[in-house]
Design a protein around this ligand. Structure first.
Ligand code: SF4
Ligand code: SF4
Length: 433
């Protein structure tokens, strides 16, 4: 048996090594087995331990048995691992030092957009754009809440570049107040120009950009349906991706997949590999579209789409252009900004929220009041639990928030199948790197 990744120290400190007993013969519910040419990789989702077993060790056990028991891969038949994972999670939560300041913000410079994607979750919501006055007030609010610490901002929308003046004003005010900023942006990329990319580097401190692509030229241009587009938006966006990467920014290309563009995305991936494979800053991942609008196929209910997603992601991996998601190195105690006390979203009119996909409901306050609505904050932290959690491989890693729009279907077998495919991919990547 060969160790690929040791158990995470903090977790190992809490649960120690299991005492070896002859009755420890059942495979832990928290062990994922992934076949590779040399044998099998065994990943433990609670401890983070990853080991490689040879083909002989997999079939006969032999010398590896005692070490597999000590590392919690093998447990007694009636052992309650769910309870152990719950205890470890509770202890981990107590050990996480809560910081009193808010240092991570998602800022909607506008909810307006220059594209008209048929699947947009902002459809039907009012289009609001941040005024200069609110932008100055946003900077003042951040300064009051960050306790003098550096802040991380994700510029979001709508399309954040429709109102890049708000970005200019906020970063200028924060710089004047001596507050360090790093930022990222979720954008369609169309409105970038050479000058704006330079400004993004120099003054916005933008170091990472996520751009969504829906297909090759014809499909992309039809899907995005840009307002007042000049020439081919597809060509312009690809040129802008070059500009961003050449300026040193990380560019994550998200291929939005549904039944309408599934085949076309295979061609797009090949084209992206041809153009960007030598640019390490540009990486690609595939995401099935979620049914926020009832216009698209529902995620989790369409098994064919999930299978197609897995195949295409495999193809992107083979092309050597995929985003390498890292194996989580510890048991999860929170999910995202929505259940973190250090994060807030700021809407164009100064209202405050917890989730970047929620711009109208479940909000928690305003930059013009000091108190946040603690009841709503508490509700954002509630997690989905189903009977299957008791023996689920993912329990130590899983924090599914009841209000998260991505988890609207609760937890289904299809959801877990996708999680298994993703985790297997991360385990293989960790082994190969
Ligand atoms: S919510 Fe679903 S994925 Fe998460 S632990 Fe429970 S059964 Fe597993
Ligand atoms: S969509 Fe879900 S994962 Fe994303 S911020 Fe909202 S609650 Fe978190």
């Amino acid at each position: 048996m060969r160790e690929v990744l040791p158990p995470v120290k903090a977790i190992a400190g809490m649960c120690g090594r299991q005492t070896v007993k002859p009755e420890c013969n059942r495979l832990s519910h928290h062990c994922l087995r992934v076949e590779v040419d040399e044998g099998e990789l065994w990943y433990h989702t609670m401890t983070g331990s990853l080991v490689l077993l040879s083909h002989d060790e997999v079939s006969a056990g032999g010398d590896a048995h005692d070490e597999l028991v000590a590392r919690w891969y093998l447990v007694p038949e009636d052992y309650d691992e769910h309870k152990l994972a719950q205890q470890v999670r509770q202890t981990s939560k107590l050990l996480v030092r809560t910081k009193p300041h808010i240092t991570s913000f998602v800022i909607f410079t506008t909810t307006d957009c220059n594209a008209r994607c048929f699947y947009c979750y902002e459809q039907g919501r009012p289009r609001r754009t941040m005024t200069d006055e609110v932008a100055h007030d946003v900077a003042a609010y951040i300064a009051r809440k960050c306790g003098g610490n550096d802040v991380r901002i994700n510029w979001f929308g709508g399309e954040p570049l429709v109102n890049y003046r708000a970005i200019d004003l906020i970063v200028a005010d924060l710089a004047a107040l001596g507050i360090g900023v790093t930022s990222q942006m979720t954008t369609n990329g169309y409105l970038f120009t050479k000058e704006l990319v330079q400004r993004a580097c120099d003054t916005w401190h933008l170091n990472s950009v996520q751009v969504t692509l829906d297909g090759t030229e014809d499909t992309y241009n039809k899907t995005k349906a840009y307002v007042n587009a000049v020439g081919s938006p597809y060509k312009r966006v690809l040129d802008n991706i070059d500009l961003l990467a050449d300026a040193g920014m990380k560019v994550n290309l998200r291929l939005n997949m549904s039944t309408h563009n599934e085949q076309d995305l295979w061609q797009l991936s090949d084209k992206l590999a041809e153009r960007f494979s030598k640019k390490q800053k540009v990486r690609v991942y595939v995401a099935p579209l979620r049914d926020f609008t009832s216009n698209t196929s529902a995620y989790g209910a369409n098994e064919d789409l999930l299978a197609a997603h897995s195949k295409l992601q495999g193809h992107v991996d083979e092309l050597g252009i995929s985003t390498q998601s890292e194996l989580k190195s510890a048991l999860s105690v929170n999910r995202c900004m929505a259940d973190s006390d250090q994060s807030l979203t700021i809407l164009p009119d100064g209202r405050l929220g917890k989730c970047e996909h929620e711009s109208e409901e479940r909000l928690v306050g305003s930059i013009y009041q000091d108190e946040l609505d603690q009841e709503v904050i508490k509700a954002w932290k509630q997690t989905i639990r189903v009977p299957e959690c008791q023996t689920c491989l993912f329990y130590p890693l899983c924090v599914r928030l009841t209000w998260c729009p991505w988890c609207a279907e609760g937890c289904t077998k299809a959801t877990r199948d996708v999680m298994r495919q993703n985790l297997s991919r991360m385990v293989r990547n960790a082994y190969q790197s």
